[in-house]
Design a protein around this ligand. Sequence first.
Ligand code: SF4
Length: 616
Amino acid sequence: MQSEEIREKLEDILPKVSKPTRYLGNEMYSIDKDLDKQQINFLLAFPDIYEVGMSHLGIKILYHLLNEEDGIAAERVYTPWFDLEEKMRELGIPLFSLESKEPAKNFDIIGFTLQYELSYSNILNMLDLANIPLESENRTKDDPLLIAGGPCAANPEPIIDFFDVIVIGEAEELIKEVVDIYSQWQKTEDGKEKLLHQLAKVSGIYIPSFYDIRYNVTKVNSFMPKYSDLSDSITKRVISDLDESYYPTQWIVPYMDIVHDRINLEVARGCSRSCRFCQAGMIYRPVRERSQERLEELASNLIGKTGYEELGLTSLSTSDYSQIKGLTEKLVEDYSDLQVGISLPSLRAEPFSVELGKKVQQIKKTGLTFAPEAGTQRLRDVINKGVTEKDLIETVQAAYDAGWKRVKLYFMIGLPTETEKDLAGIVSLAKKVAEIGKLKVKVSVSTFIPKPHTPFQWVSFNRMEELKDKIDYLKQNLRGKGLSLDWNDPALSLLEAAFSRGDRRLNQVLIKAWQLGAKFEGWSEHFDVSIWRQAFKEVGLDLEKYVYRDFNLEARLPWDHIEIGVTKDYLRREYNKALAEEVTLDCRSTECSGCGVNQILDVDNCLVGGGSNNED
Ligand code: SF4
């Protein structure tokens, strides 16, 4: 079926599905090039619905970056919701791009972003809807080249059967190199193996089919590159200078509400706080900041063009951006007349955050969110969350004095070494916060998931029975005026835990689960853990063994060939310090903590103002 016929059929069926705007395309600043006149057509795929995918910064960057090149067209596709998928299957409509309604199968390259493990089943569903063979070994030169990148590529092993190429690290520079190599190859009679071999030489590119890996339950038994010119590990690609790197000067304006409907200005990348549970804090190192001048220029451009009324200053820890005070003041001064609100989505629990919050509240009133993560100082030291009870109470008091009425507190349960005292600590801390004036306090509890490339990568996921008891305890005890509690379903975390520290054998589990009906796993109402238990069983694996496994500190791990920049020695040291309840300070304001990033990636922390943070 070709795009014209798809368009005609959509005219009939879109009025009959929920939220048809998801599939229209043609938004302000979307780009619709003539695909027949391009040398390379690139489809950017997000394995979740439009509202979620449209809020993702990475796709926006790559979309505009690729479209600014002559001879390249980039289009988007998101996962169709159940109702549209049903109609598509009934009428034989293949997965199509948003812009030109071109079947996904006709694109040269399809790039999926891997944001969370629970979206993996949607990838399979999208490939199937596109009539593209799921496994790369069954695809030929006539099929699109399948690429994946994003945070989950830090351990891509559970999904490598479906992709030809995995991008490790930041894609802004690398993606053009991939497209160049692809377009040269396209003009030859060479087979796919030759293309992959050329791509394998690009820094940051991992070709999984070129590595043979065998396992037992808790370790890698053998690891063997297929060609002698391949490296034993694939080093993450990083941008050294954010000011020089590409940032869109246009921003697609959707017709419908999306999850984060605002302009996002990425003020910095990376975080060096060293929270020991936090994968982002390890895999996005080193810290690199954009200059205030560049951010002001981007803000002016994007606000002027789009008319958006909210500008988010984003990074892993926005209040750590060295110029945050000056930048916030300037943006408030420049845009308050236009009623543009400035939002600061990630603030540390420190009075400085309230000061910042006060500045942006001159325009818009929102609640404040802080993440102490653990209920006692002992456990906060174990996880290296450098927030004290005094910090939190003083911060919330300052927020209350400044007129805030609502505070949200994030905690985790199931952390290594957690005891009943730590749970009681969550209750008592939340109650102390609620006692400040008449604050409404929402406590949000998630389950700790051990992640690759972190100091807790070796430890088991907490047992489900214990997690359920912990949630029951919090439900019974976190009561009182102004207090409310929400928690996530630990069964979802169980699956995420299996895949985040998983290995290649899980590819077959994924296929089986998808065949049994798994999709939209991140949506709790569509998640059914029994499907996954059955899938594991049918391929002869044990879900529990995958989740409740401690790796030996010296063993080779399934993701050890992915060189993220942080050394295993550093992670081991951090793990041992965690058990000794010792903290590690932020290397931006103290000495180098020896994580290895500056040597392995040859890029240092880059603070635009130099020196320590939050300086006047
Ligand atoms: S402050 Fe901690 S939790 Fe936040 S991004 Fe940095 S390392 Fe992660």
